[in-house]
Design a protein around this ligand. Structure first.
Ligand SMILES: [Zn+2]
Ligand SMILES: [Zn+2]
Length: 349
């Protein structure tokens, strides 16, 4: 089969490799579309080294149809349209025993720790496989994983129907949270970023969205004026790397200052450096900071939202390339971060 393979960081190329064999409890998925994630960009650049082992077929966001099923697999058959939750937890650590799978100490992801979906075929344990209704497009099916991240963050933060929300960061994760949150709250949603183009991608989907370019406007002062000094109920930090905007607090501290008394900050950004916060700003508000990692049962929620057409993520797809153009996809995401959000890779038949 053909697969896009990273042999050396910074390079990904199509190669002929052996088709994966399936175990009794696995299915073989013939991939139609895979989506390039921010984590894939980190992997590509070698920033997940030494966790990632080369050569690697990346891709943890993908969808396709079942090609074959193992002898113990029930309820799935060849031809079923599916996507795969890439998270493999150990089931035996303390977190797993408590049912807190995203905190598994041995958490592995298909496409990061083992070969993934930037290939014609990928094998997956049957418990990770979700059926996708046929009317959901193949392109949207490849977004279910990233949407599940948005639904998980929304659940971790405990969004309610009337909550006002700030999302710091209009990248892939920020916009996934936006789409998920808009299915829950009817309150104001404010999206902040340093790139006008990214904010424009979001307002294409949600014209009523309130956007803030933090290079021009102080988001905390803006939110205070917008909410009559009250602050938002929930603020999400989805920046993920150090962005120093002169005269502004860092994104986490911005979130703390933007929430109401008793509000919630939900952090998702995976920066490599400590983030400075002033504890009393948190304590005075008796506010909560919660974190959100991967997803936990939200694949079903994302599929249901697409099925009921209450979520329309077309604006998130900013490019579709053939799998053989994967290298170009990664380069575009790096060189044009304002223009590109999700680039899908179309896998050859
Ligand atoms: Zn991802
Ligand atoms: Zn575990």
């Amino acid at each position: 089969m053909q697969a896009a393979l990273i042999r050396n960081y910074g390079t990904i190329a199509l190669e002929e490799v052996e088709k994966p064999k399936i175990k009794d409890d696995e299915v073989l998925v013939k991939v139609r579309y895979a989506s390039i994630c921010g984590s894939d960009q980190h992997i590509f650049k070698g920033e997940f080294h030494p966790r990632t082992k080369l050569p690697l077929i990346p891709g943890h966001e993908f969808a396709g149809v079942i090609e074959a099923v193992g002898s113990h697999v029930e309820h799935f058959q060849p031809g079923d349209k599916v996507t795969v939750d890439p998270i493999l937890w150990c089931g035996t650590c303390a977190a797993c025993k408590a049912g807190h799978y995203p905190a598994c100490i041995a958490l592995k992801l298909i496409g990061i720790d083992l070969n993934g979906g930037f290939a014609q075929y990928v094998s997956a344990p049957v418990h990770t496989v979700f059926k996708v209704p046929s009317h959901i497009s193949d392109e949207f099916a490849a977004l279910i994983e990233i949407l599940s991240i948005g639904f998980h963050a929304s659940a971790r933060a405990g969004i309610k129907e009337q909550d006002d929300i700030l999302i710091m960061g209009a990248g892939k994760v920020g916009q996934a949270i936006l789409h998920a949150a808009k299915t829950i709250t009817k309150g104001s949603v404010i999206l902040a970023d340093i790139l006008d183009e990214r904010l424009a991608i979001a307002t294409k989907a949600f014209p009523e969205l309130i956007t803030v370019n933090t290079t021009r406007t102080d988001p905390v002062a803006f939110i205070k004026s917008l909410t009559n000094n009250r602050g938002v109920d929930i603020a999400f930090e989805a920046v993920g790397h150090e962005v120093a905007v002169e005269g502004r607090m860092n994104p986490v501290r911005t979130c703390i200052n933007a929430i109401k008394g008793g509000g919630t900050v939900c952090v998702l950004g995976l920066g490599d450096h400590p983030t400075e916060i002033l504890m009393k700003e948190l304590i005075w508000k008796e506010a909560r900071i919660v974190s959100s990692r991967v997803s936990h049962g939200e694949f079903a929620k994302a599929i249901d939202a697409l099925d009921r057409k209450i979520i329309h993520p077309e604006s998130m797809i900013t490019g579709i390339l053939d799998l053989q153009e994967a290298q170009r996809g990664f380069e575009l995401l790096e060189s044009e971060p304002g223009k590109h959000l999700k680039i899908l890779l179309k896998v050859p038949e």
